[in-house]
Design a protein around this ligand. Structure first.
Ligand code: HEC
Length: 137
């Protein structure tokens, strides 16, 4: 009797293990990507509150002292220029960068420079801007 149960349970157990591990492997990329982006936007939220929220509306879709930032990456043809602008707006304006000159002309006040923020920090802020703006649009 005991033997019979063993021979019935063993294959079932092996199948369970192999099925489970297959599912885990197949599902791995997606949750990892989600976790990464949520860590990124969480860090971005912290940085935004610390550096940007005094002038840019936290809902990302209404203007304040500075313009609403939702979809700002689409308004800049080049991500590197956008990052550079956040690090040093005046430099791009002085270099006659088309978008920088245009946005500066529309806004009477000047944006602070953030040379202390590296591109990883700024990408995190931009990830938060997109996530937050998509919820409020
Ligand atoms: C002192 C107020 C102030 C602070 C603080 C500030 N900004 Fe700005 N921001 C502005 C103003 C005003 C403009 C309009 C352009 C100009 O006048 O320089 C602007 C423009 C921008 C633009 C260009 C928008 C567009 O449509 O092209 C981006 C991107 C931006 N800010 C991101 C940030 C980020 C990210 C932070 C925080 C790290 C930040 N700003 C902090 C005032 C501010």
């Amino acid at each position: 009797m005991n033997q019979t149960i063993r021979w019935v349970l063993l294959p079932a157990f092996l199948c369970l293990i192999s099925c489970t591990s297959e599912t885990t492997v197949a599902d791995t990329p997606q949750p990892t990507a989600k976790v990464t982006s949520s860590i990124e936007s969480k860090e971005g939220k912290k940085l935004f509150l610390q550096h940007c929220a005094s002038c840019h509306n936290m809902n990302m879709v209404d203007d304040m002292t500075g313009p609403a930032l939702y979809k700002v990456t689409e308004r800049w043809s080049n991500k590197e220029d956008l990052i550079h602008f956040i690090q040093n707006p005046q430099e791009l304006i002085n270099n006659n960068h088309e978008r920088a000159v245009k946005i500066a002309a529309l806004w009477p006040s000047e944006m602070t420079a953030f040379p202390q923020l590296d591109s990883v920090a700024i990408e995190a802020i931009l990830a938060f801007v997109d996530e937050k703006g998509a919820k409020n649009k």
